[in-house]
Design a protein around this ligand. Structure first.
Ligand code: MV4
Length: 494
């Protein structure tokens, strides 16, 4: 096993990886930008190397700086977390060329699966059903128009280098094709440096069900069951759960088998996720492979008992998987809520700033993966995810109620968060019934506003937040001339 690992990431996922390394006796090296000088991952790692300027392209996305930090600190492996360089094949290859182990799949596998039509061809050859559509990309609007006619409207225009909804357009008639292709092409060119497009039949109101897989370097592949990720807003997942409320043992077996075939066909190694769209009739279609540890991995951990970061490190070190498919069991139900520093009343506008108060919930079945602390200034430069809350229970209803309880016990002052919004989704009759689809948020939670009948804790937090943010300068001078706790609250680490 490695004796030192560099974590090329920040926030909750860097902290998450550091924790497992600590348990395994592996020393950790954090990297950080200027605004992250006092970030939690820096405080928790054994060593930390500065990357300088905060702009992502000059810090967490800068391959040479990170390679240099790894060499100087004598790390043997690099864990990329999610986002940033996690799915960059050039980064994975740069690591291997410098004699560092990349904790993830081989560069060429990342490259193949990142090309969405290549991924479709691989899956088709493996006998995994793909959504009807094109098997190679094009930049010719006339060709795309002809193909759309063959597929039949509505079609979905997708970027071959895409993922996450960028460069995607639903087109319901031939007249709208040219315009949609041109705008998708320029969006894809800007986002990925590759404007090539392909088309798929557009599936209406599907569910998003993904399978976690683990593959070692010896050709063994297992799946760790599914995660349902249908609750998302603008291609940003907000609530994930496992098992999926619609899963049956036979569907699970069929989808799990497809996920394992997909991984084998791609030559996959390490942890990955095979995404499917599931239609109302129970037919499932390959969507894409995510070649990284995902944000929502904890729900799989709670229901299988495994530590996915430990599995990743062992696979990267060359160990064989210690279990077969038949050894794996799913137990209970887990739900994850992603917590964002965003204001849900102001169309989810980012809400960075100083965390004045931070009280995390705890208790039975509650896990908190968090990247902030009281006194930390959430920077504007990066993704606004501040952490995740995960609730485990024997049944879906038990974990749902537990999650509501925990969210109502969560107090964060100084920044706006999506917590009140999450509470209302979890309490909705539609969510409670498990009636989920990728248009859930558009259907039920458009134009959401906070209700003042929220929990006592929410009310108190609300009042305290107003109080705390209105307390400024001399108006709070105490009689004894020393600063009041309100003035210093949150400042003690600065
Ligand atoms: C689709 C689809 C319907 N039909 N493809 C969105 C992100 C990208 N990874 C693929 N996505 C979709 N592809 C066809 N042919 C619907 C979506 C989609 C979606 C997928 C997963 C989770 C949330 C979603 C929200 C809207 C649309």
């Amino acid at each position: 096993m490695f004796s030192k690992v560099l974590i090329a990431n920040r926030g909750e996922i860097a902290v998450r990886i550091i924790r497992t390394c600590r348990e395994m006796g592996i020393r950790t090296v954090a990297v950080y930008s200027e605004v992250d000088t006092r970030a939690l991952h820096v405080l928790e790692a054994d060593e930390a190397v500065s990357l300088g300027e905060s702009e992502p392209s000059k810090s967490y996305l800068h391959i040479e700086k990170i390679m240099d930090a790894a060499k100087r600190s004598k790390a043997e492996a690099i864990h990329p977390g999610y986002g940033f360089l996690a799915e960059n094949p050039n980064f994975a290859e740069a690591c291997e060329h410098s004699g560092l182990t990349f904790v993830g799949p081989p560069g060429p596998v990342i490259r193949d699966l990142g090309n969405k039509t290549m991924a479709r061809r691989i899956m088709m050859s493996a006998g995994v059903r793909v959504i009807p559509g094109m098997m190679e990309a094009s930049r010719d609007p006339e060709r795309l128009l002809r193909e759309a006619g063959n597929i039949g409207y509505p079609v979905l225009v997708k970027a071959v280098a895409g993922g996450g909804g960028k460069g995607m357009r639903v087109v319901s008639e031939a007249e709208a094709m040219r315009e949609a292709c041109l705008s998708a092409m320029s969006e894809a060119e800007k986002a990925f440096g590759d404007g090539s497009l392909y088309l798929e039949k557009h599936l209406e109101t599907p569910r998003h069900v993904e399978f976690q897989i683990l593959a070692d370097r010896h050709g063994h592949v297992v799946h760790l069951f599914e995660r349902e990720c249908s609750i998302q807003r603008r291609h940003q997942k907000i609530i994930e759960e496992t098992p999926s409320p619609v899963m049956t043992p036979s569907l699970r077996e069929a989808m799990g088998r497809a996920a394992v075939s997909a991984a084998k066909a791609a030559g996959y190694v390490n942890a990955g996720t095979v995404e499917f769209l599931l239609d109302r009739s129970g037919k499932f279609y390959f969507l894409e492979v995510n070649t990284r540890l995902q944000v929502e991995h904890p729900i799989t951990e709670l229901t299988t008992g495994l530590d996915l970061v430990r599995e990743q490190l062992q696979i990267a070190a060359g160990d064989a998987l210690r279990f077969h498919q038949a050894d794996l069991l799913q137990r209970g139900h887990a739900i994850e809520c992603r917590l964002y520093a965003e204001d849900p009343e102001k169309s989810f506008f980012p809400s960075p700033g100083l965390v004045l108060l931070h009280r995390k919930p705890s208790g039975p079945g509650i896990r908190s993966d968090c990247g902030i602390y009281e006194g930390f200034k959430v920077p504007v430069e990066y993704d606004p995810i501040i952490g995740k809350l995960i609730a485990y229970g024997e049944t879906r209803e038990a974990s749902r109620r537990r999650m509501i309880r925990a969210l109502e016990n969560y107090a964060i002052l100084g920044i706006q968060t999506t917590i009140p919004y999450l509470i209302d989704i979890l309490k909705s009759p539609e969510f409670a019934a498990g009636d989920l689809s990728t248009d859930f948020i558009e259907r039920y939670f458009q134009g959401w506003r906070q209700s003042m009948e929220d929990s006592d804790m929410a009310k108190i937090a609300y009042i305290l937040h107003d109080l705390a943010s209105s307390v400024k300068g001399p108006t709070t001078q105490s009689a004894h001339g020393r600063p009041t706790p309100w003035e210093t609250l949150g400042d003690w680490r600065l």
